[in-house]
Design a protein around this ligand. Structure first.
Ligand code: 3PG
Length: 400
């Protein structure tokens, strides 16, 4: 186990039989037309819950869906249905009221109870310290009914919310299996880097990506940054290779790209060719031929071949963000080629952030066959970890 993981208690440190375990899951899911979509978060959390239940724990699941006011802010009734594909489970549309507390007290060994969306409690999301949250009504009502708190929700560890930081202040607490895997992979990719180390950075959120780039270049533990997606276009523009309309939203990113090129130009790789749409079809052109205002939807074949070679020779690969508009099959090629290169490389790879995990299955790849890769299910927490920031939900779980 890595040095970082040695700071935590895991499920192996507890005898959970007959114990009431408050289990913080992150089953926050994509919602389309009011329907919660079944994705890995539900499947992966279900595995840990089943392990606890098989060991005779009385499992009480705390989880959220969406943010108050948003279209995806829902009760957890549909999540209960989806979780029932993996185990028997009771759902109660209550969190701290008499009904929820009676249901917790009546649990038998091995039974699982899902409470309602914890964000329905206003105090859950208040910006407070772990000490303050531990005194909330939420924690004061439920903690006395429980013996152990297990957090399997790495993807919400960047939030100092009551269900994340309040309970571990007052209960014996440890990390769940999914959290263990996430921490082990992140720790290896960020703190025990084997060189050559390559970052593949794409997607559509330049501010986030430039934060990561500046941070890793400053740490000097990076050999190449392969830019794709909007990020690649920004570098091509900053080099004066492609014309681009630079609105307010991109202005600062182009300046940051120029500064990076001045200081660290040899580590930054940008596309040689790109894919555009001509009469509804994919066409590849060299970057010098891109016309003003012409939308670029993917990296071209020469670029993915060059990038794949760099990935093949790497020992560590970190990927964030797809390489193009993968949602359209014609423009999924670049993203698929990068995933294939990662799959065929002996390098340890870490993939994550926003849509990266969804993109793997959407382009027809099987995550289970990416033997040396860890695919993080986290977005904001993944990003903050890469930036070397402390996550309140992790800090509060440290026991050694
Ligand atoms: C996520 O989806 O990244 C987590 O569930 C956290 O959700 P939040 O950004 O609404 O806190």
């Amino acid at each position: 186990m890595s040095e970082e993981l040695e700071s935590f208690l895991t499920m192996d440190d507890f005898d959970v039989e007959g114990k009431t375990v408050l289990f913080r899951a992150d089953i926050n899911s994509v919602v389309i037309n009011g329907k919660v979509q079944m994705k890995e978060r539900i499947e992966e959390n279900a595995k840990t819950i089943r392990e606890l239940s098989d060991k005779g724990a009385k499992v009480v699941i705390l989880a959220h869906q969406g943010r108050a006011g948003g279209d995806d802010f829902l009760s957890l009734e549909q999540h209960a249905q989806l979780l029932r594909r993996f185990m028997e489970l009771r759902y109660i549309g209550d969190i701290i009221g008499p009904a929820a507390r009676a249901a917790i007290k009546n649990l038998d060994n091995g039974e699982v109870l899902l409470l309602d969306n914890v964000r329905m409690l206003a105090e859950e999301t208040l910006d407070k310290t772990p000490e303050e949250h531990s005194k909330s009504i939420f924690v004061r009502r439920l903690a006395p009914l429980a013996d152990i708190y297990i957090n399997d929700a790495f993807s919400v560890a960047h939030r100092s919310h009551a269900s994340v930081v309040g309970f571990p202040k007052v209960l014996d607490a440890g990390v769940g299996r999914l959290m263990e895997r996430e921490l082990r992979a992140l720790e290896r990719a960020v703190h025990r880097i084997e060189r050559p180390c390559v970052y593949v950075l794409g997607g559509v959120k330049p501010e986030e990506v430039f934060d990561i780039m500046e941070h890793i270049l400053e740490r000097k533990k990076i050999d190449s940054i392969l830019t794709t997606g909007v990020i690649g276009n920004i570098f091509l523009h900053a080099k004066g290779i492609i014309p681009m309309k630079v609105d307010k939203y991109l202005f600062e990113s182009v300046n940051r790209a120029r500064r990076i090129l001045e200081n660290e130009g040899d580590r930054i790789k940008y596309p040689e060719d790109v894919a555009i749409e001509v009469k509804g079809r994919r066409e590849e052109i060299s970057v010098e031929k891109v016309k003003p205002e012409q939308p670029i939807y993917d990296i071209g074949k020469k670029t993915s071949a060059k990038y794949s070679e760099i990935i093949r020779n790497a020992r560590t690969v970190i990927m964030k963000g797809p390489s193009g508009l993968y949602e359209k099959e014609a423009f999924a090629e670049g993203t698929r080629d990068i995933f294939k290169a990662i799959s065929n490389s002996d390098a340890f790879s870490l993939l994550g952030g926003g849509h990266t995990s969804a993109a793997i299955s959407d382009v027809g790849m099987d995550k289970r066959k990416m033997a040396n890769a860890h695919v993080s299910l986290a977005g904001g927490a993944f990003l903050r970890y890469l930036l070397g920031k402390r996550l309140p939900g992790i800090e509060v779980l440290k026991r050694r």
